[in-house]
Design a protein around this ligand. Sequence first.
Ligand code: PEP
Ligand code: MG
Length: 591
Amino acid sequence: MTEGSKKQVILMRGIGVSSGIAIGKAYLIDTGTVEPPSYCHLDDSSVDQEIVRFKNALKESIEQLKRIKKKMEKDGKGKEHIRIIDAHLMILRDQMLINDTVKVIKEEKVNAEWALRTVLRDLMEFFERIDDEYLKQRSSDIEHIVNRVLINLTGKKHETISDIKEPSVVVAHDLAPTDTAQMVKGMVLGFLTDVGGRTSHTAIMAKSLEIPAVVGLENVTRRVKTGDTVIVDGTTGTVIINPSPSVINVYEKRKERYENYGRALHFYKDLPSETTDKRRLRLMGNIEMINEITSLLDHGAEGIGLYRTEFLYLNRKDFPTEEEHFRAYKQVADRMFPHPVIIRTLDIGVDKLPVSMEIPKETNPALGLRAIRFCLKRPDLFKTQLRAMLRASVSGNMKIMFPMISGIEELRDAKAILEEAKDDLKREGIPFDPDVEVGVMIEVPSAAIIADLIVREVDFISIGTNDLLQYSLAIDRVNEHVAYLYEPFHPAVLRIIKSVVDAAHGAGISAGVCGEMAGEPEYAIILLGFGIDQLSMNALSILRVKRLIRSVSFADARKMCDTILGFSTAKEVEGYIASRMANIYEEELWI
Ligand code: PEP
Ligand code: MG
């Protein structure tokens, strides 16, 4: 620690997206961002040396890929993944790529980076012109592999999360869900990123892995070096680089308090989630991957309110087969039985795009061909998933949910494909639950406005506040620059949620919330007051929210909601709720 204290202490504030405190050595990861190479003219005497430098970078890239391949084989990764590495090795050994680059270095007397980029540009232009879809797809492999050589030319290190050998705080410009999926609790103590917002999927994954994380730090990758001591306070969004021993001491105590608080919450695990005047609320969990179920059950979840199935599509080049879908869904349904499990159909989005999907680049991906829109465009893929869901529904505790519904036609189209899948299964004599409940996420303002019409055609609704806020407040949920506008207390948001809950109850169906708002006590108390029936959140939040629910009466929560609906600004709502929360918990922290 003395070493850290000599270095400059840096305090940074970002967006705390996964609570808890981590203290450890930083490990900077370059997730493959390559600066555009600068042009450098060579004199005659340096040309041969530059060719040697290029060939060494090629050799290094080949060695790296061979090492990755070996590790994959050792870890028992599928043939499909190994074939990709083989294809990349072939590209690296391709004589045309090598000879053309050497030719440009020689003839134009330019640095290897520039020459390689020139050759890559020509190759890309060539690929753009060809008609063959398969060959077109190979162009992204070439780009990827050229970037690897470019990084090796600049002397930067290629690191991935699975390379981490000792417990560290991961620091990266950005982490894709595919990166976070490789994180192992214990090795990754916490993580920090330059970009990202509160409800990005990277943030959601951090929570489900119970790893403290701060995102949206803008330039943390430039301010911290591998080996620096860092403190991550994922609750407040504070990051301290090279803290003094006395600051470390303070945070170690805080960490201990936080962990004790977590343990103390376990007292609530088997208690019913009901208010002091006996209103019961079902508290459920959100999962991305099956291995999160253990933690959900440990935290007393009474079901799964959102199973984000898109994670089945990540980290692979092909699509999951019906059997793969079925195995996953059946396992989830069985492990949670008799609790309900709401499985959401594929919801690809801007920050969780599987590599298997060749989606043309869109100017506004959050408004583009995503979620149900994509599924309706690809009924073949949609039906594969629906058939698997139906087959798994024999367990009797499964419900199917469509994401991003924006109007009735879309809902009817989706339901029609579900009916076709049912008819097919019937014809084939394959069993399923004919009464499987079908619901929708209300996360697009147009759906919220016509919620009274939608609720007539579904069995339940679940409000996706992450996207509902994104679309109704016009804030990109993954953009750190507008993260300050993510404001669940905004009177517009509160009115929308209330009207949707009222619409559902008017039709006699249940209304839930499965966005991040559900897991924060200060928002959960409002949702309770609005009469919500179920809240679905990450495992860690369940007991905090249960403690809140058991500390208040439904009657009081309703009165609070009447008061806040009279406020005109988010600040007023926030101030009022903060003072009420302080009353409820008296001297204790409620975060
Ligand atoms: C939401 O939008 O609130 C939601 C729960 O879905 P996702 O975060 O997966 O978009
Ligand atoms: Mg959503």
